[in-house]
Design a protein around this ligand. Structure first.
Ligand SMILES: Cc1cc2nc3c(=O)[nH]c(=O)nc-3n(C[C@H](O)[C@H](O)[C@H](O)COP(=O)(O)OP(=O)(O)OC[C@H]3O[C@@H](n4cnc5c(N)ncnc54)[C@H](O)[C@@H]3O)c2cc1C
Length: 379
């Protein structure tokens, strides 16, 4: 039987020096950033803030200089993300491009698309959305029906994507599309494409979430033509490529640092003489410390060139569990006492409505547990 091995480790000294630099940047740029916005964490979208990060070289930090990157280590990147996420910085505009679209383009279209697009990402000028889910295809992504058909003037795209975060604010989508009919091999016949969101024939309609906010969308494609060169990687190789992309998507510290504002607010409001407060908050703090060790372990695996897909799925699953429990704990400890206008009450209200999505986005709990079970040879 396989084992889930996540070896704890320490960050090298240069990372701690960088941490001080990031804290200075945060103090300068987010000193008066209100809790009502901090709670949004990496859903917070501020292109101006993204450009400031780009000026520091903190978008595409690990990428080669030839693509506009800073050639820093993945552990240095981890420190920057950890600091920004723990204060709820509005990193959402460039998040997807930095985390997965840039790396995907460099890996699968290093000579054609990456030289054109990736430097723009590193400058904070190109933001991306993810076109995977469809109305009847979520967990079962292999059942997608949207398609790209080869024509003399390019690829002609027809179909519909759903739950597309930030489609209304981004410049590009990377979409998984069917390039040949379904066959016995369910994973064959899909390909990935780069789509400029300004191309004629694309309609983006808002889907308002239960917070009353417009973050995700339905996107329809009616005879949308994209150049031949916008096929990313191999025709028919989409399924394997998407697997790589999802591994990037699941491996970062955002998978346990989405609700940290609520924890900070609870710690501020706690009464050290109240054993209910100390026991409950002590427990969450210990869980956070463990998740941090696991998440750092994943980062260290990545830095050694190992493939942490299994460990990353475990961190995402456990991170969502801890974060989803927090609003109930907050309510239990402070519910009746909280001033409705206090920052604690604001953090509780927002987080209670946001957390259900944490075990859906990026792969549902059941799907992740299936991956873990398979990885451990348990099914
Ligand atoms: C906040 C948020 C942002 C998102 N952003 C994007 C985005 O930008 N781009 C994008 O493409 N998608 C996005 N999604 C969609 C997300 O990836 C899907 O919601 C997710 O993959 C689940 O698909 P579904 O909603 O169709 O649910 P379904 O797949 O229909 O699942 C419904 C339930 O059935 C369970 N289930 C399904 N299959 C199995 C199985 N085989 N075994 C056991 N249980 C199973 C699931 O775990 C779930 O509980 C986003 C979702 C959220 C919540």
């Amino acid at each position: 039987m396989q084992a889930l091995n996540i070896t704890p480790g320490e960050l090298p000294p240069e990372c701690e020096a960088l941490r001080a630099e990031v804290r200075e940047f945060i103090a300068e740029n987010l000193g008066d950033y209100p809790v009502s916005k901090r709670v949004r964490n990496w859903s917070g979208n501020d292109p101006e803030f993204s450009r400031k990060m780009a000026e520091r070289g903190w978008i595409g930090m690990t990428w080669p200089k030839v693509f506009g990157g800073a050639e820093r280590t993945s552990l240095e990147r981890y420190v920057v993300l950890e600091e920004l996420l723990s204060v709820g910085a509005p990193v959402g505009a460039h998040w997807v491009a930095d985390r997965q679209s840039g790396p995907l383009l460099m890996r699968f279209s290093p000579d054609v698309l990456a030289p054109k697009i990736v430097p723009k990402i590193a400058r904070g000028e190109a933001f991306f959305c993810i076109g995977m889910s469809e109305p009847d295809s979520g967990s079962d992504l292999a059942s997608i029906r949207s398609k790209a058909t080869l024509a003399s003037n390019g690829w002609v795209i027809n179909g519909r994507k759903v739950w597309t975060s930030n489609a209304h604010r981004t410049h590009y989508m990377i979409a998984l599309l069917r390039t040949s009919e379904r066959s016995e091999n369910r994973h064959a016949g899909m390909s990935q494409f780069l789509i400029d969101m300004n191309t004629p024939g694309i309609t983006v309609r808002p889907i308002v979430n239960q917070l009353g906010e417009h973050d995700f969308n339905e996107v329809t494609f009616d005879d949308v033509v994209v150049p031949h060169e916008n096929l990313i990687g191999e025709e028919g190789g989409g399924w394997k490529q998407v697997g790589t992309e999802l591994a990037f998507e699941r491996s970062g510290p955002e998978r346990y640092l989405s609700s940290s504002q609520l924890l900070l607010e609870m710690l501020d409001a706690a009464d050290p003489a109240n054993p209910r407060h100390t026991v409950a908050l002590g427990r969450i703090t210990a869980q956070y410390a463990t998740l941090r060790q696991m998440s750092l372990g994943v980062a260290l695996m990545l830095s050694r060139g190992e493939s942490p897909a299994l460990a990353a799925a475990a961190v995402k699953d456990q991170g969502a569990l801890v974060e989803q429990a927090m609003p109930d704990i907050a309510h239990d400890l402070f519910g009746g006492l909280a001033d409705p206008d206090s920052t604690l009450a604001q953090a509780m209200a927002y987080t209670a409505l946001a957390v259900p999505s944490f075990s859906l986005r990026g792969g549902t709990r059941e799907i992740l547990r299936g991956i873990i079970a398979k990885g451990l040879d348990l099914r």
